[in-house]
Design a protein around this ligand. Structure first.
Ligand code: SF4
Length: 164
């Protein structure tokens, strides 16, 4: 049975895919664009465990290749998992990474946020916005119910995976 965090991650990806399909001509997000990956993020432990489990389930050749890759430095300012403009944990990436580029509505500030490369001709309609506060509430709830609320820096997680 799927964990709540896995369902939430899938739903986030599903939302992104739906919007990206609908606004294919207005969104520049594509494989090889990594502009939103120049960041040093922390995630709830519940999401770091998803990455660790994904890594443990890879075959040993793939694990060794990733360990070698991760031992090399990343570009200045890039996420620890970004290599050659690609996410090396893509299948298990955190929720925040699954929604970048899509129209994200921040209710507390009443603002709409998206990549400056997207929607250059204007905001998409409200029905296609993702309520970020609601998503964060659901994420916190998933972390709390799993008892995995500690914050984990991806940089540290990568070092731990190298040592596994
Ligand atoms: S985990 Fe992957 S998608 Fe998320 S910021 Fe890092 S490289 Fe980018």
């Amino acid at each position: 049975m799927k964990k709540p965090i896995e369902t939430l991650q899938e739903n986030a990806s599903g939302f992104f895919e739906k919007v990206a399909t609908k606004y294919a001509s207005s969104m520049k997000c594509s494989e090889g664009c990594s502009k939103c990956c120049y960041t040093d993020i922390t995630v709830f432990e519940v999401e770091s465990i998803v990455i660790t489990s994904w890594f443990k389930n890879l075959d040993s050749k793939m694990q060794s290749e990733l360990r070698e890759l991760w031992k090399s430095p990343v570009i200045d300012g890039a996420c620890s998992f970004l290599y050659n403009d690609r996410c090396s944990v893509y299948e298990a990436r955190p929720i925040i990474c699954r929604t970048q580029g899509a129209p994200l509505f921040v209710q507390v500030d009443n603002t709409l946020d998206y990549c400056p490369l997207n929607f250059t001709e204007g905001d998409p309609p409200k029905e296609d916005w993702l309520n970020l506060d609601r998503l964060n509430t659901l994420l916190s709830f998933a972390a709390k119910t799993a008892g995995e609320e500690k914050r984990v820096r991806l940089k540290k997680l990568k070092q731990e995976l190298i040592q596994l």
